[in-house]
Design a protein around this ligand. Sequence first.
Ligand code: CA
Length: 221
Amino acid sequence: MRILLVEDEERVASFIIKGLRAEGNTVAWTSSAVEAQALGTTQEFDMVLLDLMLPDGDGRGVLKHIRAADVGVPIIVVSALGEIDDKVSLLDFGADDYLVKPFAFAELSARIRANARHGQQSARILAAGDISLDTKSRIARRGESAVDLPSREFALLEYLMRHADQVLSRQQLLDAVWGFDFDTGSNVVDVYIGYLRRKLDRPGEPSCIETVRGAGYRVRA
Ligand code: CA
Protein backbone atom coordinates (compact mmCIF):
# COMPACT_ATOMS: atom_id res chain seq x y z
CA MET A 1 0.00 0.00 0.00
CA ARG A 2 0.98 3.63 -0.48
CA ILE A 3 0.56 5.31 2.87
CA LEU A 4 0.68 8.99 3.78
CA LEU A 5 1.91 9.53 7.32
CA VAL A 6 1.19 12.92 8.89
CA GLU A 7 3.13 13.10 12.15
CA ASP A 8 5.38 15.75 13.65
CA GLU A 9 7.06 13.68 16.37
CA GLU A 10 10.12 12.24 14.70
CA ARG A 11 10.53 9.34 17.08
CA VAL A 12 6.95 8.19 16.52
CA ALA A 13 7.22 8.77 12.79
CA SER A 14 10.38 6.72 12.42
CA PHE A 15 8.88 3.87 14.46
CA ILE A 16 5.80 3.82 12.23
CA ILE A 17 7.75 4.19 8.98
CA LYS A 18 10.11 1.37 9.91
CA GLY A 19 7.22 -0.97 10.63
CA LEU A 20 5.22 -0.03 7.55
CA ARG A 21 8.20 -0.42 5.23
CA ALA A 22 9.06 -3.78 6.76
CA GLU A 23 5.56 -4.89 5.75
CA GLY A 24 6.22 -3.82 2.16
CA ASN A 25 4.38 -0.49 2.09
CA THR A 26 5.55 2.73 0.50
CA VAL A 27 5.44 5.62 2.96
CA ALA A 28 5.40 9.37 2.37
CA TRP A 29 5.92 11.39 5.52
CA THR A 30 5.08 14.97 6.35
CA SER A 31 4.89 16.86 9.64
CA SER A 32 2.94 19.74 8.13
CA ALA A 33 -0.85 20.13 8.08
CA VAL A 34 -0.67 22.33 5.00
CA GLU A 35 1.42 19.81 3.10
CA ALA A 36 -0.87 17.01 4.29
CA GLN A 37 -3.88 18.78 2.77
CA ALA A 38 -2.09 19.05 -0.55
CA LEU A 39 -0.80 15.46 -0.53
CA GLY A 40 -4.02 13.99 0.83
CA THR A 41 -6.06 15.18 -2.13
CA THR A 42 -3.71 13.85 -4.82
CA GLN A 43 -5.44 10.44 -4.94
CA GLU A 44 -2.01 8.89 -4.75
CA PHE A 45 -2.47 7.15 -1.43
CA ASP A 46 -4.30 4.05 -0.26
CA MET A 47 -4.32 5.14 3.38
CA VAL A 48 -3.69 8.26 5.48
CA LEU A 49 -2.43 8.11 9.08
CA LEU A 50 -3.12 11.47 10.67
CA ASP A 51 -1.86 13.06 13.86
CA LEU A 52 -4.07 15.87 15.21
CA MET A 53 -1.67 18.34 16.82
CA LEU A 54 0.64 19.61 14.10
CA PRO A 55 2.98 22.60 14.24
CA ASP A 56 1.11 24.50 11.53
CA GLY A 57 -2.44 23.39 12.09
CA ASP A 58 -4.99 20.92 13.36
CA GLY A 59 -5.45 17.47 11.84
CA ARG A 60 -9.22 18.01 11.88
CA GLY A 61 -8.72 20.71 9.25
CA VAL A 62 -6.78 18.20 7.13
CA LEU A 63 -9.61 15.70 7.52
CA LYS A 64 -12.24 18.22 6.46
CA HIS A 65 -10.14 19.38 3.53
CA ILE A 66 -9.58 15.85 2.20
CA ARG A 67 -13.25 14.93 2.57
CA ALA A 68 -14.41 18.25 1.06
CA ALA A 69 -12.34 17.34 -1.99
CA ASP A 70 -14.34 14.12 -2.13
CA VAL A 71 -11.30 11.91 -1.78
CA GLY A 72 -12.38 8.57 -0.33
CA VAL A 73 -9.00 7.47 0.97
CA PRO A 74 -9.31 5.74 4.38
CA ILE A 75 -8.03 7.99 7.16
CA ILE A 76 -6.95 6.72 10.56
CA VAL A 77 -6.40 9.37 13.22
CA VAL A 78 -3.38 8.47 15.34
CA SER A 79 -3.05 10.79 18.28
CA ALA A 80 -2.48 11.20 22.00
CA LEU A 81 -5.37 10.47 24.34
CA GLY A 82 -5.96 14.10 25.34
CA GLU A 83 -6.22 15.15 21.70
CA ILE A 84 -8.83 12.57 20.80
CA ASP A 85 -11.38 14.16 23.09
CA ASP A 86 -14.35 13.82 20.85
CA LYS A 87 -14.23 10.59 18.93
CA VAL A 88 -17.68 10.95 17.47
CA SER A 89 -16.86 14.29 15.88
CA LEU A 90 -13.69 12.81 14.38
CA LEU A 91 -15.78 10.15 12.71
CA ASP A 92 -18.26 12.84 11.63
CA PHE A 93 -15.38 14.80 10.10
CA GLY A 94 -14.71 11.77 7.95
CA ALA A 95 -12.12 9.74 9.85
CA ASP A 96 -12.57 6.00 9.39
CA ASP A 97 -10.92 5.00 12.63
CA TYR A 98 -8.65 6.28 15.38
CA LEU A 99 -5.83 4.88 17.44
CA VAL A 100 -4.59 6.31 20.73
CA LYS A 101 -0.86 6.75 21.35
CA PRO A 102 1.14 4.98 22.56
CA PHE A 103 0.26 1.84 20.66
CA ALA A 104 1.93 -1.34 19.56
CA PHE A 105 2.82 -1.55 15.91
CA ALA A 106 0.75 -4.72 15.52
CA GLU A 107 -2.32 -2.75 16.57
CA LEU A 108 -1.71 -0.07 13.95
CA SER A 109 -1.05 -2.74 11.37
CA ALA A 110 -4.33 -4.45 12.25
CA ARG A 111 -6.26 -1.16 11.95
CA ILE A 112 -4.70 -0.44 8.58
CA ARG A 113 -5.76 -3.84 7.29
CA ALA A 114 -9.25 -3.43 8.69
CA ASN A 115 -9.67 -0.05 7.04
CA ALA A 116 -8.07 -0.76 3.69
CA ARG A 117 -10.82 -0.29 1.14
CA HIS A 118 -8.92 -2.27 -1.42
CA GLY A 119 -7.88 -4.77 1.21
CA GLN A 120 -7.60 -8.38 0.27
CA GLN A 121 -10.37 -10.38 1.85
CA SER A 122 -7.97 -13.31 1.89
CA ALA A 123 -5.92 -11.64 4.60
CA ARG A 124 -8.95 -11.27 6.81
CA ILE A 125 -9.08 -14.87 7.98
CA LEU A 126 -5.85 -16.41 9.18
CA ALA A 127 -5.51 -20.13 9.80
CA ALA A 128 -2.84 -22.33 11.33
CA GLY A 129 -3.69 -25.96 12.01
CA ASP A 130 -7.22 -25.84 13.39
CA ILE A 131 -6.81 -22.35 14.84
CA SER A 132 -8.43 -19.53 12.92
CA LEU A 133 -8.49 -15.79 13.47
CA ASP A 134 -10.96 -13.42 11.93
CA THR A 135 -8.95 -10.21 12.02
CA LYS A 136 -11.95 -8.02 11.30
CA SER A 137 -14.47 -9.33 13.80
CA ARG A 138 -11.57 -10.21 16.18
CA ILE A 139 -12.86 -13.73 16.76
CA ALA A 140 -10.43 -16.57 17.49
CA ARG A 141 -11.40 -20.23 17.14
CA ARG A 142 -9.83 -23.53 17.94
CA GLY A 143 -11.74 -26.05 15.85
CA GLU A 144 -15.37 -25.07 16.22
CA SER A 145 -15.02 -23.36 19.60
CA ALA A 146 -14.63 -19.62 19.89
CA VAL A 147 -11.81 -18.62 22.24
CA ASP A 148 -12.05 -15.32 24.06
CA LEU A 149 -8.81 -13.38 23.64
CA PRO A 150 -8.17 -9.89 25.01
CA SER A 151 -6.63 -7.55 22.43
CA ARG A 152 -2.98 -8.06 23.39
CA GLU A 153 -3.28 -11.85 23.31
CA PHE A 154 -5.09 -11.59 20.00
CA ALA A 155 -2.34 -9.37 18.58
CA LEU A 156 0.37 -11.78 19.74
CA LEU A 157 -1.36 -14.80 18.21
CA GLU A 158 -2.10 -12.85 15.03
CA TYR A 159 1.55 -11.91 14.68
CA LEU A 160 2.68 -15.50 15.19
CA MET A 161 0.13 -16.72 12.64
CA ARG A 162 1.02 -14.09 10.06
CA HIS A 163 4.56 -15.37 10.34
CA ALA A 164 3.64 -19.05 10.52
CA ASP A 165 6.55 -21.50 10.34
CA GLN A 166 9.03 -18.76 11.26
CA VAL A 167 10.80 -18.80 14.59
CA LEU A 168 10.19 -15.42 16.22
CA SER A 169 12.46 -14.19 18.98
CA ARG A 170 11.11 -12.64 22.16
CA GLN A 171 12.49 -9.30 21.02
CA GLN A 172 10.69 -9.49 17.67
CA LEU A 173 7.44 -10.29 19.45
CA LEU A 174 7.98 -7.49 21.98
CA ASP A 175 8.64 -4.95 19.22
CA ALA A 176 5.65 -6.06 17.18
CA VAL A 177 3.06 -6.49 19.88
CA TRP A 178 4.12 -4.20 22.72
CA GLY A 179 5.97 -1.50 20.84
CA PHE A 180 9.15 0.40 21.35
CA ASP A 181 8.74 1.39 24.97
CA PHE A 182 9.05 -2.05 26.43
CA ASP A 183 11.98 -3.16 28.50
CA THR A 184 13.97 -5.95 26.87
CA GLY A 185 14.51 -7.67 30.19
CA SER A 186 10.81 -8.23 30.59
CA ASN A 187 9.34 -11.72 30.48
CA VAL A 188 5.97 -10.41 29.31
CA VAL A 189 6.16 -12.42 26.06
CA ASP A 190 6.52 -15.70 27.95
CA VAL A 191 3.68 -14.75 30.25
CA TYR A 192 1.36 -14.04 27.32
CA ILE A 193 2.43 -17.19 25.46
CA GLY A 194 1.38 -18.97 28.66
CA TYR A 195 -2.06 -17.30 28.57
CA LEU A 196 -2.56 -18.33 24.95
CA ARG A 197 -1.49 -21.91 25.59
CA ARG A 198 -3.90 -22.22 28.47
CA LYS A 199 -6.75 -21.09 26.27
CA LEU A 200 -5.84 -22.88 23.06
CA ASP A 201 -4.00 -26.10 23.93
CA ARG A 202 -5.69 -29.43 24.48
CA PRO A 203 -4.62 -31.77 27.25
CA GLY A 204 -2.27 -34.52 26.09
CA GLU A 205 -1.47 -32.80 22.79
CA PRO A 206 1.61 -30.77 21.88
CA SER A 207 1.19 -27.04 22.38
CA CYS A 208 -0.07 -25.07 19.40
CA ILE A 209 2.78 -22.63 20.07
CA GLU A 210 6.15 -24.34 19.90
CA THR A 211 9.04 -23.22 22.07
CA VAL A 212 12.25 -23.26 20.05
CA ARG A 213 14.95 -23.48 22.66
CA GLY A 214 17.24 -20.46 22.75
CA ALA A 215 15.50 -18.90 19.76
CA GLY A 216 11.89 -18.09 20.46
CA TYR A 217 8.44 -19.28 19.46
CA ARG A 218 6.79 -20.67 16.37
CA VAL A 219 3.30 -21.51 15.17
CA ARG A 220 3.06 -24.11 12.42
CA ALA A 221 0.93 -23.26 9.39
CA1 CA B 1 1.67 15.92 17.17
